[in-house]
Design a protein around this ligand. Structure first.
Ligand code: NDP
Length: 522
């Protein structure tokens, strides 16, 4: 079992009561261990009495840590002060299960090493009641040099029971290194990555037999990137993670706003699929995308079975699958972009595009054949929408702020390719749209998108006629009510939100990955 530990900083003696309340809350939420972080308390003359109370009244087995400034803590006192804290904790009672000491401190300061050994390996108490030693190493700046030799040094020390290495991930690939360390461990090990790229190492620690992971009980964690206990247990279903848990990701840049983890993880759970999907930020270059995805799909440890691909990597997805010798399905090839990569049973990769069918489903297949349809935009979403809508029998006009891009998309889609027919897609300038009327209008620009540069803009040119017969869909799904949809509603038109498209493309991804549609109850 991988424990969930909550680190609670206790800065002063008068904070002890509040810290104990916080630990009780953490226990009620599902935490297994509490780490008393008594860095500054150790420099207070009343520190030993305060830590003795913390340990005596601790609602959970505890770790006592006096973290040095050199490794991200706030302790700048003497060896004697630190030793006095451990001795007081040890004397309190047997619930002081662990003491944490930095590898560098332990190996360079003989009095500390002697004191730790005396507490953990001598004295009158039976061995099982003595605190165990966690030797630790932290790097808040990035991946430390000599990572594996440091871990080997910790594993080799006979005086310690548990080894802990924590560093700030530079990319998602650092998580894989943490998993490799756990898989090759010589003794119980904690290997975690901090920061925006490190969540996977925190959530998947049980898959690789990590000794513990950290979570926070409130808004104040002790390291960047810690999830709350609630997120870990309820949203990530942490207790059900097994060595066989499959891993998926949504890959993009930026990606923190993505709803895909919440949606897919809820579906995995409801369908009893032992899998988790993570949001992974990959810098917008092909090289970064290729390096990350190739390493994840190539990992013999990770059980990485698929990826949802979003801006700006949809074209990179096709190139990756082509270069890997995999299969790009006809629709994705025609669109020139894929939003889904699936690892097939034989290990080969398959690229698909579920956006095109998602637009058709959101608009309603019955509203497309023989209808005049306007697609605004010429990026990945617009290409998918134009392809899907024209393939479903619509007559599509595509118009974009940069009109040459719309012309290029129309020319490509209107030309037969391999076994894919020529599609009824034509480009028009935005200016020429005034006074025209369409049966369906689909916005595939990012105008109206929260956080975008044109948050309050309506991309539909003035003069385009809307009435109650017009169906208006916005691919933008945050916010649900975009300037375009607000305008369309005021004209009495039928409005379709980007949420409908988002869920439709996600459902198809789920089916590609698991072989079954997601549960309809969600
Ligand atoms: P791209 O970056 O590939 O394309 C963006 C498009 O928006 C371009 O045509 C660009 O025009 C146009 N554009 C950007 N700003 C403006 C503006 N101020 N006024 C008019 N046009 C503008 O993005 P995608 O095609 O991948 O995505 C477009 C939108 O669709 C995004 O908001 C995305 O979130 C959403 N989307 C929703 C999905 C869903 O499931 N609901 C799925 C996929 C995408 P130009 O060429 O002139 O730069």
């Amino acid at each position: 079992m991988t424990f969930i530990a909550v680190a609670i900083p206790v800065a002063r003696a008068d904070s002890v009561t509040r810290a104990l309340d916080c630990a009780r809350l953490a226990r009620s939420q599902g935490a297994d261990l509490v780490e008393w972080r008594v860095d500054t308390l150790a420099e207070d003359p009343s520190g030993p009495a305060a830590v003795a109370r913390l340990v005596a009244e601790s609602p959970l087995p505890c770790i006592v840590t006096v973290r040095d400034e050199s490794e991200g803590g706030s302790f700048a006192g003497s060896d004697e002060e630190r030793i006095a804290m451990w001795q007081a904790a040890n004397a309190a009672n047997a619930s002081c299960a662990y003491i944490d000491v930095e590898l560098s401190t332990y190996h360079t300061r003989q009095p500390i090493q002697d004191a730790v050994k005396a507490i953990a390996h001598a004295g009158e108490r039976p061995a099982e009641d003595r605190p165990r030693v966690i030797l630790s190493f932290h790097d808040f700046r990035g991946r430390p040099a000599g990572l594996s030799s440091r871990v080997a040094e910790m594993w080799a020390d006979p005086g310690s029971t548990i080894s802990k290495i924590v560093w700030t991930a530079r990319t998602a690939r650092d998580n894989l290194e943490a998993f490799e360390l756990l898989a090759g461990r010589a003794k119980p090990t904690i290997a975690l990555c901090m920061g925006e790229h490190g969540l996977m190492s925190r959530v998947l620690a049980p898959k690789f037999g990590g000794f513990l992971t950290y979570a926070r009980a409130d808004d104040h964690g002790t390291a960047p990137g810690q999830p709350t206990i609630h997120e870990l247990i309820d949203e990530w279903n942490f207790r059900a993670i097994t060595a066989r848990t499959k891993v998926y990701a949504v890959v993009g840049h930026p990606i923190s706003h993505s709803r895909s983890p919440a949606v897919h993880n809820a579906w995995f759970r409801a369908a009893n699929v032992d899998a988790r999907l993570f949001a992974i930020s990959v810098a917008p270059m092909w090289e970064a995308f290729k390096a990350t995805l190739a390493e994840m799909f190539g990992s013999s440890l990770l059980d990485f079975y698929g990826a949802s691909i979003t801006l700006p990597h949809k074209e990179h997805a096709i190139r990756l699958v082509d270069e890997s010798g995999g299969t790009v399905d006809a629709r994705a090839r025609r669109i020139g972009a894929a939003n889904t990569i699936t690892r097939a049973a034989d290990g080969t990769l398959v690229a698909s595009n579920t956006d095109a069918d998602a637009v058709v489903e959101a608009v309603g297949a019955a509203n497309i054949a023989g209808k005049r349809i306007l697609v605004l935009g010429a990026g990945g979403a617009a290409r998918a929408a134009a392809c899907g809508l024209a393939f479903a029998g619509g007559s599509v006009v595509i118009a974009n702020r940069t009109s040459s891009r719309a012309t290029r998309v129309a020319e490509e889609l209107a030309t037969a390719q391999d076994d894919f027919p020529a599609l009824d897609v034509h480009a028009q300038s935005l200016a020429s749209l005034a006074t025209q009327q369409f049966d369906v209008i689909v916005n595939c620009t990012s105008a109206g998108m929260q956080g975008g540069e044109a948050r309050s803009e309506n991309p539909l040119p003035c003069g385009v006629k809307l009435d109650e017969r017009t169906i208006v869909m916005d691919a933008v799904y945050t916010p649900a009510q975009t300037p375009l949809l607000i305008h369309a509603a005021s004209c009495g038109s039928v409005c379709v939100t980007g949420e409908a498209m988002f869920l439709a493309q996600a459902r198809r991804q789920f089916e590609l990955w698991t072989g079954s549609p997601p549960p309809s109850s969600l």
